[in-house]
Design a protein around this ligand. Structure first.
Ligand SMILES: OC[C@H]1O[C@H](O[C@H]2O[C@H](CO)[C@@H](O)[C@H](O)[C@H]2O)[C@H](O)[C@@H](O)[C@@H]1O
Length: 563
């Protein structure tokens, strides 16, 4: 085997338990087959006995063809040695839930929409969980991480708390006046930074090799603005500084020289992992099976895990050939949205530091934000298109000192919903040449706005972060970004998108009785599909976005609520 290049990035080792459960996943696929198989289920199981005893029993199972085990033997092993995923996180009644909180969504006047909003609000009860006592007593038997406070989970197969989902969960909890639950979630995420140095993708041992879009500071600012809780700010600030360092150092940090010769520091997604994602181990191995050698496989595994770090797993946005997942190249892309999130993080840290009298931290982060603002405008902004564009890093540009040289042809001219995320960061449009009006026009003609909301991309690849899917966080970011601009035209557009999105959520709920993690935005009343697992319901961030939008825009008595 000859390798063109060798994967050099860092790797955070996983636990022996995760490695063992991946083996169970592999054998289970051979034994049960692809039909209705969900790989994640197996790494979410826990042990009834200690690991070495369990491994011994597993190794003794009689093997038939290709290392598989008979269905009855495997069923028997799982029944005796493993516990189902539902036993580690148990239901808990949220302390601050009331059926109809005082001052709940005052602008929602339509009785049908109000009744639905109350049902969505009541879903917090279904999604509320706490770590079971036996996990705290024997954490080595579980892949679940022992967090102290209750959490709100996304739902269905996603039985643990997720990082960026939590921002929109919290926006919904604030509309539901559930301040204690919101603060508890933040405290949990802060504890992950204390332990790992960053917020994990989700609270499982197998997610420890990557983070997710960094929105913790935004959660704290929004909670503070509603509760005035300075203690939470004081307790969280050191963790936010640590998190900021994580994203601005090591492999996440990229230096790039603009056309005028000035250097800028920006960030990229980069997982600390070069093996199959344990929760999708069998799937990633199959994807990589067409590659000629282990070096290329390792590189692909890192790119797939890095796409998961971006939250957009998977999407043509990260691929050089949208119809071939093996061309995923996440680490070679400087992403607009990550840098917009980091700009917001820096502004938010400055704001929070000022609140608690830490003025030198505040001025340091104000300056960091100004620098990132400049970098965003120089590297990503494309005046002709009126959008901020992802930038593809190319190896040939790397000089000896690892400084990339900017070239306009490396901006990705395809329209992605992420190209509009900088709207969300208040002062992104402060530059004279960058007018919100231009961005609004560009958005309107981009093709992304569809009858039931905003599509993530224009390519229909079958991946879940591609056309025709629309995801809740991007709807909310763009809607809020448009509102923040203060422009009348932008406000009208924001409201129009909100109505489309709320309608499709409402109608789908009426048809199916459930809230979905994503929707098909080409038609009102349809949920999304594609990707590596079946459509999931619950659903944390969808509920959060609905409640936050209803809080902002309300719903008048006479506004049509069906499609
Ligand atoms: O199991 C496959 C992948 O699932 C997650 O990704 C999707 O769900 C998350 C929870 O709602 C969401 O945050 C993410 O944006 C979705 O694409 C998980 O985050 C991935 O790491 C995982 O590989």
């Amino acid at each position: 085997e000859t390798c063109k290049s060798i994967d050099k990035g860092p790797v955070i080792p996983t636990t022996p338990l995760v490695i063992f459960l991946e083996k169970v996943q592999e054998v289970a696929l051979q034994t049960y087959g692809h039909n209705r198989f969900d790989a994640k289920l197996f790494v979410d199981m826990s042990l009834r006995k200690n690991l070495s005893e369990t491994i011994e029993a597993f190794n003794k199972l009689p093997r038939i063809v290709n290392g598989s085990v008979s269905k009855s033997d495997l069923d028997g092993f799982i029944g005796s040695y493993l516990s189902s995923p539902d036993e580690d996180l148990v239901y808990v009644e949220p302390v601050d839930f009331v059926a109809e909180p005082e001052g709940f969504l005052p602008k929602v006047k339509n009785s049908e929409v109000r009744a639905w909003a109350l049902e969505v609000h009541s879903l917090w009860k279904n999604l509320s969980r706490k770590v079971a006592d036996h996990v705290l007593e024997k954490p080595e038997l579980y892949t679940l991480l022992p967090l102290k406070n209750p959490v709100i989970i996304p739902g269905s197969r996603f039985k643990e708390v997720y990082y960026w989902d939590s921002y929109w969960v919290i926006r919904g909890l604030l509309a539901s006046k559930m301040y204690e639950t919101a603060k508890g979630i933040v405290t949990n995420l802060v504890s992950l930074i204390d332990q790992f140095g960053y917020v994990l993708n989700g609270a499982r041992a197998y997610y420890s090799n990557r983070s997710q879009p960094p929105v913790l500071a935004a959660m704290i600012v929004d909670i503070f603005n509603q509760t005035g809780d300075l203690d939470l700010v004081r307790r969280s600030l050191p963790a936010l500084l640590k998190e900021n360092h994580f994203w601005n150092s090591g492999i996440h940090k990229v230096t790039i020289q603009d056309a005028q010769g000035s250097n800028h520091s920006l960030s990229r997604y980069y997982a600390m992992w070069n093996k199959p994602r344990p929760e999708s181990s069998t799937i990633d191995s199959e994807t990589a099976s067409v590659l000629p050698n282990i070096c290329e496989k390792r590189e692909l595994y890192r790119e797939l895990a890095s796409a998961a770090e971006s939250g957009w797993d998977f999407s043509s946005r990260w691929m050089s050939n949208g119809s071939d997942l093996t061309t995923t190249s996440t680490t070679s892309i400087l992403p607009v949205d990550l840098n917009a999130f980091l700009l917001k993080m820096e502004l938010d840290i400055a704001f929070l530091a000022n609140l608690v009298g830490e003025s030198s931290t505040a001025s340091h982060f104000t300056e960091a934000a100004q620098n990132r603002q400049k970098a965003i405008n120089c590297i990503f902004w494309n005046a002709e298109m009126g959008q901020w564009l992802d930038y593809w890093l190319s190896n040939s540009e790397t000089s000896e000192v690892d400084i990339y040289k900017w070239e306009d042809l490396h901006q990705n001219k395809k329209s992605f919903a992420s190209n509009f995320v900088p709207l969300w960061t208040e002062n992104s449009c402060s530059d004279n040449n960058i007018t919100t009006q231009k961005v609004v026009q560009s958005f309107m003609s981009s093709g992304l706005l569809q009858p039931a909301g905003i599509a993530m991309t224009l390519s229909n690849t079958g991946q879940q972060w591609d056309f025709p899917n629309g995801w809740p966080p991007l709807q909310h970011i763009i809607i809020e970004g448009l509102l923040k601009s203060g422009l009348e035209e932008a406000r009208t557009l924001a409201k129009d998108i909100a109505i489309r999105w709320l309608r499709t959520n409402y109608v789908t709920y009426k048809k199916t009785g459930a809230m979905y993690e994503k929707y098909d935005v080409t038609k009102c009343g349809a949920y999304g599909g594609g990707g590596e697992y079946k459509p999931q319901t619950g659903f944390g961030w969808s509920n959060g976005v609905v409640l936050a939008l209803l809080e902002e825009f309300g719903w008048p008595e006479d506004l049509k609520n069906d499609c």
